[in-house]
Structures are given as C-alpha cells and as structure tokens.
Design a protein around this ligand. Structure first.
Ligand SMILES: [Zn+2]
Length: 445
C-alpha cells in the first residue's frame, strides 16, 4: 500500500512542468514559496473576488449584495478583519468583479451544468489539469469580457513588490466551497496573459465560504481541527488567529521568557499584540505561548471566553514537502492536531473554550497556572495574573519557583488528556480525499 501510494504520487510529481517549491499549507514553517504556493501576508495586497454561477438564474442577487458589503474596501468586514487581526501589518484591499455566468456550460472539463461540482468521484479531474482549465477559463473571461487588467491584482510579493503572482484570489461559486486548493502543489497552477501586456500566475486559490479560514490557507496555514480545542481560525472559523499563527505571520511581538518577569499583555486584537514564549524542557521545536484574548475587539471576532490563553506548540509535527497537507501514507488529509504530539492546542489539553470548570481561559486577578507542555512536562514556570486594566490589558508575573508568585485563588489546572471537547467538522475536511481515491483507482486500473 505504501509503495503504491508513493508510486502514484511520484507519477503525479512527474506531471509537473516545474519542480514544486518548498511547502504548501504548512502553517508557514517556511515562507520561502510566497509567490507560488502562498500569498504575501505583510503590507498591502489587492485581492480579486470572483462570483461564479453555473446554470440558469444567475448569481443570486442577495448573495451578491452580501458579498459586495463584506468585501467593500471601505469598511467591509473582510478588510477590517485582517487589518485588525494583523495589527495593521497586513491590508488586503478586495475588489468584487461582476459575476461570471455559465448558464449553459461548466468550466470544469468533462462536466455538464448538472454535474458541475467537485466530488470524491472526480479523481481524474486533477491529473488531467481540470482545475487549471477552469481557472484559465474564468481569468480569461474576466480579462477579455470585463476588460480587467489582471496585473492590478499583483502589487505585493515576498519582498513587498509585485512578483508576477496574484496577491490573492477568492472564488465564491456553486461549484465548490470550503477548500483552498494549492493549485501549483497539485499540478494545476496556471500562468495567463494579464491583459496589460504581461503574464500573471495563479498558484493557490480560496473557494469560499468560509471566507477567512479558506483565505488563511493561502498564507500557508494548515488545518488545526480534528483534535483538542484551540481558539484559532484554522480550527474554529468563528475565531481570530491564535498565538502560534500570529508568531508565524509576524503580526505581533514575541517575548522569550527565560527568567522571572512581570510584563503587560495588551489584548492582541487591540493594536499592540504581544506574545510570551516559554521553552519546553530541552528547548527545540516545543514551547508554550501565552496571549491575552480579550479587549475591545474580542467580541467582534471571537466566541471564546475572554482571558489569558496558553498553548502548547510542537513544530516537529509538521513534515516537509509540497504535498504536506496530505498524509502520504494513509492517503488522508493531514491534521497535525488530531493526536499527540499536537502541533498547537490550547492548554490544558481538552479544555473548554466556553469557560467553566475546565475552561481554557485564565481570568481574574490572582489566578495562576503551571506552564506545562502538552506532552513534555513542566517548563518550570508558573504564570499569575497580577493586574487587569480597564482596557483589558493584563499584567502577568512569570515565576520559576525562585520567587513566590502573587497570592492567587489556587487554581492550577495542570494538564489532562481528557479531550472532552469535540470540534465541529470543517467543511473542507474531506475534499482532498479525492487524491487517495485517484491512487486506488489507478491501482485497480
Ligand atoms: Zn481548512
């Protein structure tokens, strides 16, 4: 089974016209493939939003009005979300183009209007370049029918300059949603004439809704659902990003805790995010992050209890390779949070984001908690909330036992592996199962 899987993927790789670059959807363990597998996450970007409707009736007017409001560059929720979440370090300016109508045909080759969607049975679509064909069709129509200069959607890149790749493309259609296909990594990327005399490359696309979660995949963020709770966008679409993602995107200041200290933690969504990082015993890729998820903007973007959150991170759970988002052995979508050692979970493992006796959030002056990794023992530090300002800023004391922390209420949740919470299924969970299905079909052929 392993040999067959490896062989089939090697066959896929041989179909690629160019060597695949570093990592797709790897939670930005590497950022060096921005411009092909990932979109820029710093500075100002121009985002292309394409409504697409296949079949009679046209793109629903009410849905279009909602999109135009959501993606209104002047105050719409999409731009505001990312401006706020990034603390002003990333500013995606969206443009919703006129809907592309396909009343009597499907842009996916070999499909009819009635079958114009992507299902587990569509395994031939990817190896035949079907997604590439569809996106070439859409982009060509925007360029030729709407006289859209596609180069206007490339003003950013890894170095902040236009780089020949789209800054970000979102498709809202009745073909597929809940997925962000890393097109180049699955050999369906495409380069088209931009209508302004140059060429432009589409290496990754977000098919929404959900908008923010799928958009974030294009930064290189991997799914984190399927395991213990974590109040992060890649686990819960109803939340903003959590500390590990913020660290990876460079959207906050990270303070290493190596000695006892007392420090202010402003709410991370209120303009001056600060994250504390405590190494696990032995250091390396395992550590614990702390952040303050409360404040003025918390209720706008978050559903969890406001307070101080701790996370166990283990970067070793990420593997290399452009198809890293797939588990090549099992043929399943790879979910690095599904089982220990977890990539990024809220502590204590299995805690309740909604609060209560097993709540994740630490709340209230005097509350303290031992800082332990999910599976690597104590860090030697204890955190205690020693003050809370009216704006939500928390002052916390980190103690390593060489001094006594401020008197608290004695809460020390420690760690448990009870895993009591069940996360809702993410809509894009099963989409990539078509690849292993392809493998099995080839094997049978
Ligand atoms: Zn996802």
């Amino acid at each position: 089974m392993r040999a067959v899987t490896a062989f089939a993927l090697a066959s896929l790789a041989m179909l690629s016209s160019q060597p695949a670059e570093a990592r797709a959807l790897d939670h930005l363990l590497s950022t060096d493939d921005i411009g092909l597998n990932k979109i820029p996450h710093q500075g100002t970007s121009n985002i292309l939003v394409i409504p697409v409707h296949v079949g009679e009736g046209g793109f629903p007017a009410g849905q279009l009005a909602d999109l135009q409001a959501q993606f209104n560059p002047d105050g719409g929720s999409f731009r505001t979300y990312w401006q706020t979440t990034s603390a002003g370090r990333y500013d995606p300016v969206p443009t919703v183009v006129a809907p592309l109508e396909y009343p009597d045909r499907c842009p996916l080759p070999g499909k009819t209007v009635a079958t114009c969607n992507v299902t587990f049975q569509d395994v031939q679509l990817i190896t035949s370049g079907g997604l590439r064909t569809a996106f070439e069709d859409m982009l060509g129509r925007l360029r030729d029918e709407q006289q859209l200069d596609l180069s206007s959607f490339d003003i950013n890149g890894a170095d902040g300059q236009a780089d020949g790749h789209f800054d970000g493309v979102i498709v809202v259609s009745n073909i597929a949603d809940g997925v962000a296909p890393p097109l180049d990594a699955i050999f369906n990327g495409t380069t088209v004439a931009d209508g302004g005399g140059g060429m432009i490359t589409l290496g990754v696309v977000a098919m929404a809704p959900p908008v923010h979660h799928e958009f974030a995949h294009m930064f290189g963020l991997i799914d984190l659902y399927g395991g213990p709770p974590v109040n992060g966008l890649m686990s819960e679409s109803s939340n903003a990003i959590s500390a590990f993602t913020r660290q990876q995107l460079g959207w906050g200041d990270v303070v290493e805790v190596t000695a006892p200290m007392e420090i202010e933690l402003p709410p991370v969504l209120d303009g001056a995010p600060r994250i504390l990082r405590v190494a696990a015993p032995g250091g390396g890729p395992r550590y614990v992050l702390l952040e303050n998820r409360s404040g003025e903007h918390h209720g706008d973007f978050e559903t969890g209890t406001p307070g101080l959150y701790l996370y166990s991170v283990d970067e070793e759970t990420l593997a290399d390779g452009p198809l890293h988002f797939l588990d090549l052995v099992s043929g399943q979508l790879r979910l690095p949070n599904a089982e220990a050692p977890y990539m990024n979970v809220a502590l204590p493992v299995g805690c309740d984001l909604a609060g209560g006796p097993n709540g994740c959030a630490l709340t209230g002056v005097g509350t303290s908690r031992t800082i332990s990794h999910a599976d690597a023992g104590d860090t030697g530090f204890t955190v205690t909330i020693v003050d809370e300002a009216p704006d939500g800023t928390l002052t916390v004391a980190l103690s390593d036992g060489s001094e006594v922390p401020a008197p608290g209420d004695g809460e020390d949740a420690g760690l448990s592996a009870s895993g009591g919470c069940q996360l809702g299924a993410d809509t894009d969970a099963g989409w990539w199962l078509l690849l292993p299905l392809l493998i099995r079909r080839r094997r049978a052929a």
